[in-house]
Design a protein around this ligand. Structure first.
Ligand code: PLP
Length: 386
């Protein structure tokens, strides 16, 4: 897709008029249409009151999943919404018993800490944790990860794109090995969905977890969970609630009677306003298509690396272009202080220890913004303005 077609979306994102927005790996820019969507929520609440539940609210955590499904290669009805990735991951963990001989959870030290804390917390339930460490601080060696998955492994909750360095992991190979060993993969697609193509069906992913906050421009409170439909009936989450019940309005006391569809993974009252807020971003990414976003991202990521290296900065990214996601981590002495000064000057970026200043162009980023941010880093260093 030609760049001018993508740049036509810029007026739809008010913040792009005010600053150089290069932080979609953390919080995607808010679409103008989110105002309308959130007003729709307020109007429904105000004018329909409790009837809004039967109009659409009750079904929304799964209906909204139908907007995520094409972005991750799932089918309608297979994705449910949750307040955050950690909760979605906890729902998956609660489907498993760690007291049997198969009790190992294989993680990497490049996965998002919140998810790893949750996995470590399963040790009191009998889980054994195996951590595969990165050797270069950029990626995780695939063969060492695959070797760690054995017949004692129950779960492999790993990231598709690593949050620190945006290194793309070979999800298909991980799923293949896990399947061979009889383990399940919980793929964290938070840093890929909307930026890098994901195909849960083609890869045979068991569980995929992500959110709309970042590359899907959907704001906080809108995370999602895909469960391979063939697995669904075999899973009974202990983290459950009335929305997963076959007959919630019978208000029966006693054992859970699970629904057979994606509602099975819900629990209590959903975060309705967040679901309204997430819709416009999902619709925009759906219209553009992840392939077109990825094509532009590949080009802009390569350009950023070239610009940063041209200034003599260290760039913590994989050497192979195919293994790079949407973010470039630029490291310099005093990188944290420089990142704060960049933000003060309205170049919105962030910083991660061990990686550097994270710069993330998205489909709405103009090429000149890449040049401008690298020049600004140079200016800050040269004038010692940090
Ligand atoms: C790969 C990845 N997983 C998980 C999270 C956080 O998930 P949550 O705060 O929704 O639990 C992040 C957040 O920044 C992330 O980059």
């Amino acid at each position: 897709m030609p760049d001018d077609m993508l740049l036509k979306w810029r007026p739809e994102f008010p913040i792009l008029q005010k600053c150089t927005y290069l932080i979609s790996n953390s919080l995607g820019a808010m679409p103008q249409a989110a105002y309308t969507a959130l007003k729709e929520y307020a109007d429904a609440w105000s004018s329909r009151g409790v009837e809004a539940w039967s109009d659409s609210w009750w079904e929304m955590p799964v209906r909204m999943g139908d907007l995520v499904a094409p972005i991750i290669g799932a089918n309608p009805g297979e994705v449910s919404f949750h307040p955050n990735v950690t909760i979605a991951e906890a729902i998956v963990l609660s489907c498993f018993d760690f007291r049997g001989p198969r009790r190992k959870i294989v993680l990497t030290d490049m996965d998002f800490p919140s998810v790893t804390y949750l996995c470590h917390a399963q040790k009191s339930e009998g889980a054994e944790i195996c951590i595969v460490r990165s050797e270069d601080g950029i990626g995780v060696d695939l063969s060492r990860l695959l070797d760690a998955i054995d017949e004692r492994t129950l779960l492999v909750p790993v990231s598709h794109v690593l949050f620190r360095t945006a290194c793309v992991m070979d999800a298909e190979a991980i799923v293949r090995r896990a399947r061979e060993a009889g383990a399940y993969v919980v793929l964290d697609v938070y840093q890929s969905a909307g930026a890098v193509p994901v195909n849960v069906k083609e890869w045979g992913v068991d569980f995929a977890i992500g959110g709309c906050l970042k590359w899907l421009c959907g704001g906080p409170g809108a995370a999602f969970l895909y469960v391979r439909p063939e697995l669904r009936a075999t899973l009974c989450p202990r983290l459950t609630g009335w929305m997963a019940h076959r007959d919630p309005f019978a208000f029966q006391i006693g054992d859970m009677q699970f629904r057979d569809d994606a509602f099975r993974f819900l629990n209590g009252t959903p975060q309705i306003p967040c679901l309204y807020g997430a819709r416009p971003g999902l619709e925009i990414v759906g219209k553009i298509g992840v392939e077109a976003i990825r094509e532009k991202s590949r080009r802009q990521v390569a350009r950023l690396i070239e610009l940063a290296r041209g200034e003599g900065f260290t760039v913590n990214v994989p050497e192979e272009a195919e293994r790079r996601g949407g973010t470039v981590a630029v490291n310099t002495p005093h990188a944290y202080e420089i990142s704060r000064e960049l933000v003060r000057r309205q170049y919105l970026v962030d910083f991660r220890p061990g990686a550097g200043i994270r710069i993330s162009p998205h489909f709405y980023t103009a090429d000149e913004e890449l040049e401008a941010v690298v020049q600004e880093i140079r200016r800050i260093i040269d004038t010692r303005a940090f």
